[in-house]
Design a protein around this ligand. Structure first.
Ligand code: PAF
Length: 289
């Protein structure tokens, strides 16, 4: 596995692989890898021949400076895990390599008004800008994003469509701890009771699935039932429990053809997110989480 730090080195390597007709797969990350990231590489390998992973803690997407400085980093460990998972090339740029003369941004209308976008101003502008830059730098054929960050995955799909970027986006399933907590680099900050209690987020999704299978499709019934369960785990704060349309990410009164039920809550200082996609086929609803 090669590790490169500059755009030039990366482009030379990609050009070499392309000259051998290799299809390029790309998994962008901010490092501190866990099984969730590695599952993205496994999926990427099924759709491409040469695997590129970027590790870049993107300051621009952190609206809380403390969250940026405390974001966990362990590059040596990341290299070992990435190599094991079959990554061929790590792109590890520094801030200067990624951001010079920063005056141009990518932003999106409407789709960041709700969910995480409502409480994290500027976050998705930072995400879209860095992902667009990384797509231009790597020029991958496919790129894989986790369902766990569903708002991110949906707006990246929209950016690719609206800007006609020549890359196929794959949304990969959420990978969970044995008790159901969605894997996240931030879980390392969960201590004691907060870690144990955080499982209520997963339980609230299970409750929603149970209600949906009993025929409940109204947001005003699903949201309070989920909120009760999350409250029982004594979160520091519930940011949102929302039901939105998958395509537009706008709140909906009842489930549509493809909807997202999403949760964000703080356990201690740690903000956790989770969600499920609900698909309707005929009269049957399938919950994917
Ligand atoms: O999901 C992440 O880790 C980041 O938002 C991403 C996509 C690597 C952009 O910095």
């Amino acid at each position: 596995m090669k590790i490169v730090h500059t755009i030039n080195e990366l482009r030379n390597e990609i050009a070499l692989q392309r000259s051998h007709n290799k299809k390029i797969g790309f998994v962008p990350t901010m490092g501190y890898l866990h099984q969730g990231h590695l599952s993205l590489v496994h999926i990427s390998r099924k759709h491409s021949d040469y695997q590129v992973m970027s590790i870049f803690v993107n300051k621009m997407q952190f609206n809380d400076p403390k969250d940026y400085t405390t974001y966990p980093r362990d590059y040596e460990r990341d290299f070992a895990l990435a190599k094991d998972a079959g990554v061929d090339l790590i792109f590890l740029p520094d801030d200067t390599e990624m951001y010079q003369n920063r005056l141009v941004y990518i932003d999106i209308e409407m789709m960041t008004d709700h969910l995480c976008g409502a409480t994290r101003p500027g976050h998705f502008r930072g995400v879209l800008t860095v992902v667009a830059k990384l797509f231009n730098i790597v020029q991958p054929d496919v790129s894989v994003f986790g369902q766990k960050d569903i708002q991110q995955a949906v707006i990246i799909q929209k950016m690719v469509k609206d800007l006609n970027l020549p890359v196929t986006i794959i949304v990969a399933p959420i990978i969970r701890e044995p008790d159901g907590l969605a894997m996240s680099s931030r879980n390392v900050h969960l201590k004691g009771d907060d870690r144990t209690n955080a499982v209520v987020i997963y339980k609230s999704l299970q409750k929603a699935e149970e209600l949906i299978h009993q025929g409940e499709v109204q947001s005003h019934k699903l949201i309070p039932a989920m909120t009760d369960i999350i409250t029982s785990g004594k979160p520091k704060k519930i940011d949102y429990v929302s039901v939105v349309d998958y395509e537009t990410l706008q709140p909906i009164e009842s489930l549509k053809e493809k909807s997202v039920i999403a949760v964000a809550a703080f356990f201690g200082p740690t903000r956790l997110i989770d969600n499920m996609i609900v698909e309707k086929k005929g009269d049957t609803y399938t919950c994917i989480y």
